[in-house]
Design a protein around this ligand. Structure first.
Ligand code: ATP
Length: 289
């Protein structure tokens, strides 16, 4: 992965010409198109605010119309990080076609403007369905949630090489769940809106896999192919493996506590704010699941 990073860095970092260095490859390794700025300005009504459909860490996303609906991400301030985001996104997403991965249609790079063009996804994001404005309309039941988890893992497994999360990001994602895992109280981690309607064995494996994926040491994390296999095959025949994984999680948590000298999380280098860890939930009755 490092070599890929360097490669794309080299392509973009020093580029100040109007023409981008990436060009469509005639042998079809790269199926993306190169758009002109004029085409994308026209499609998005000059990036009109009414066309804006979202905002991410690196820029705004606009709905646009060409022959079909497109979403155009317009990167804000061009700096080294934004160049990297652009290069990695075009290079990695552009190479992979998978039914569960957002299709990258093409890009524009010229001067200070970096635009990435995707298929338009009309059904909103997963987070909108789970916690946002659509959460009240229709509850995603357990079987749909687990099939989305498996589908996402399959999509990520297809998208290789993929960078592993750097160490240190664990707490914000799953740290709050650790005390429950230590006590085997998996039910407490489930979304209360499911009202207990979930497959307990699947829930348990999903939680353990999520925790393994965020281990501090990237080398201890499973590959996405392993994740797919665990989520699909479940606990059957691997109880021992599961209990070893839980032990690892508990041990790692103890190590984290020992190394934690200021009570905060070290996000330096990730462009994220320092966030205080969530308070451990009050101890409840032990549950064996
Ligand atoms: N292809 C798309 N179709 C429809 N809406 C999209 C599309 N791509 C992005 N969006 C909307 O724009 C928002 C911002 O997307 P963007 O990819 O910039 O950021 P992100 O994935 O949320 O976060 P990050 O910047 O960290 O990658 C999304 O949350 C979504 O609502």
């Amino acid at each position: 992965m490092l070599s890929l990073r360097k490669m794309v860095w080299g392509w973009f970092c020093c580029s100040s010409e109007e023409q981008p260095r990436i060009r469509p490859n005639k042998n079809r390794d790269y199926p993306w198109e190169m758009y002109t700025l004029k085409e994308l300005l026209h499609a998005t009504n000059n990036f009109h605010n009414d066309n804006k459909i979202g905002e991410g860490g690196f820029g705004s996303v606009y709905w646009g119309r060409t022959s079909k609906g497109i979403a155009v991400k317009r990167l804000k301030a061009m700096n080294a990080k934004a160049e990297m985001e652009f290069a990695v996104e075009v290079e990695i997403l552009g190479r992979v076609r998978h039914k569960n991965l957002l299709g990258l249609r093409g890009f524009y790079a010229g001067g200070d403007e970096r635009l990435i063009v995707y298929d338009y996804m009309p059904n909103h994001s997963l987070i909108t369905h789970l916690h946002g404005q659509l959460a009240a309309d229709c509850l995603l039941d357990w079987s749909r949630r687990i099939s989305i988890a498996i589908g996402s893992a399959e999509g990520l497994a297809a998208k290789k090489p993929i960078e592993k999360l750097p160490g240190g990001v664990k707490r914000d994602i799953v740290q709050w769940a650790t005390p429950y895992v230590q006590r085997g109280a998996y039910d407490h981690i489930a979304d209360p809106r499911l009202k207990g309607k979930f497959d307990r064995a699947q829930l348990k494996i999903a939680i353990i896999v999520a925790m393994k994926c965020t281990e501090s040491n990237p080398e201890n994390r499973p590959s996405m192919l392993e994740v797919v296999e665990w989520l699909k095959r479940g606990i059957a025949g691997r109880k021992k493996e599961m209990s070893l994984m839980v032990k690892d999680i508990v041990d790692e948590n103890e190590d984290d506590k020992d190394n934690d000298d200021d009570g905060g999380t070290d996000y330096e280098g990730f462009g994220m704010e320092k966030i205080a860890p969530r308070a451990a939930p009050r101890r409840k009755r032990m549950q064996n699941n």
